[in-house]
Design a protein around this ligand. Structure first.
Ligand SMILES: Nc1ncnc2c1ncn2[C@@H]1O[C@H](COP(=O)(O)OP(=O)(O)OP(=O)(O)O)[C@@H](O)[C@H]1O
Ligand SMILES: [Mg+2]
Length: 391
């Protein structure tokens, strides 16, 4: 009989999946609704321009798509012919005519792909919207690709669209998404000022926010009690050091689940997370291990063995000390003092091999706890015991 998977619905961890609720982006979602509120009441009267900025994985794309889906439902309920069109500029090499072709295809799937300039396509799009009495929010994601490719003039053209048809119903609102405003600096002052009407900037996620995001996904994607709290905690911690990137966090969670399945395990362990990390970011360089002194190696070997055996993500210093003592015995070495070990832990933490922190939840009734965030314990132990034996 085949082993059961830890996953209940893996698709909920897909990078393109947009959840119904975005924890910690409620405020920004409401702000977007407010910016576009008029659209639900007097759609023909005005249009809006909004910029969303934020670092990698701060939820810019997800927020825009969630908002787009939500406002579409509202507008359609009120009998407004409204569409949300989300376009990734990079996918279309930043080219305006390709972007417009795609937008037009939403309404006219059979419109010929060749032989039209950007201007003609823009005119046709507006014409089609007029014919259908339709309104759109056009979201230009990875807008920097567009700026790079097309420069000020095209941006200006796009953003001043409405002024050029004063007196007629307003049809096209814009949301532009970029990581930061630096790339808009290349634009002329007028293009920039028409663009920067309303700015929503998304802050990097903090650890507890990532934990909430992950917990939601765990509930959706995994079988009950296959992912322990400590595992989520470890992943959040790792994603914080990757600049609070939620994509990184979700990808780690997914990969860790894959490693659990591959190992026929009943649940996702911290070791699965470490394997997942090392499959994404390079593991510790061998030369770094080689440069360690004998007792530093023995200490680290103790840590590796502890985590190889243990299901928990954190160890107290005394647990690690005991593991080190066993290793010393095995190799016929006299263990070093407690103070010395504490120094080793600090050193290894400075090298990025271990992580030490003062436990806030009094996890093991000890103040300092140690974790091995990114190197699989089995790899580290293999590497180190070989090195110590070679000595
Ligand atoms: N608040 C949130 N709640 C739930 N999932 C989130 C949240 N924020 C981000 N995510 C998820 O994290 C992943 C990355 O988010 P998203 O793609 O929106 O980031 P981004 O800011 O567009 O990054 P990039 O600059 O690389 O395009 C997506 O899978 C998204 O669904
Ligand atoms: Mg994005």
């Amino acid at each position: 009989m085949s082993h059961q998977s830890v996953f209940k619905d893996e698709a909920k961890l897909d990078i393109n999946y947009v959840p119904h609720r975005l924890p910690h982006r409620g405020k920004e979602h409401r702000l977007l609704m407010e910016f576009f509120n008029f659209l639900l009441r007097f759609p023909e009267r005005m249009t809006q321009r909004v910029i969303i900025t934020g670092d990698v994985g701060t939820g810019k794309t997800a927020l825009a798509q969630r908002f787009g889906a939500d406002i579409t439902v509202k507008a359609n309920k009120q009998g407004i012919n409204f569409r949300y069109v989300h376009i990734n500029c990079r996918e279309y090499r930043g080219k305006l005519f390709l972007i417009l072709q795609h937008a037009l295809a939403v309404f006219r799937p059979t419109f010929p792909r060749r032989g039209y300039s950007a201007e003609e396509l823009l005119r046709t799009l507006v014409q089609v919207l007029d014919e259908e009495k339709a309104y759109i929010i056009l979201t230009l994601d990875e807008f920097d690709a567009f700026i790079e490719q097309e420069g000020s003039e095209a941006v200006y053209k796009l953003t001043r669209l409405q002024e050029m048809r004063s007196g007629k119903p307003q049809r096209i609102s814009l949301i532009s998404i970029l990581r930061d405003l630096k790339s808009t600096e290349s634009l002329g002052a007028s293009a920039r000022s028409t663009l920067q009407r309303n700015l929503i900037s998304l802050e990097r996620y903090q650890k507890d926010q990532l934990t909430d995001i992950l917990n939601d996904r765990v509930a959706m994607a995994f079988e009950p009690s296959t992912v322990q709290e400590e595992v989520v905690d470890l992943i959040s911690e790792l994603a914080v050091s990757e600049s609070g990137n939620a994509r990184f966090a979700i990808e780690l969670l997914w990969r860790a689940g894959k490693y659990a399945d591959a190992g026929d395990m009943d649940d996702v362990t911290p070791e699965c997370v470490r394997k997942a990390v090392s499959s994404i970011i390079p593991t510790v360089r061998r030369s770094e291990l080689a440069s360690l002194g004998l007792h530093e190696k023995l200490f680290l070997l103790g840590v590796a063995r502890f985590f190889k055996e243990s299901q928990s993500a954190y160890a107290s210093l005394s647990e690690v000390e005991r593991a080190y003592a066993v290793v010393c015995e095995e190799f016929g070495e006299q263990p070093r003092s407690h103070t010395q070990l504490w120094k080793y832990a600090q050193l290894l933490s400075a090298l990025g091999i271990l992580k030490t922190e003062v436990a806030t939840k009094a996890k093991r009734g000890r103040s300092t706890c140690v974790s091995l965030p990114s190197i699989p314990a089995y790899e580290l132990e293999k590497e180190l015991s070989a090195a110590v034996k070679r000595r």
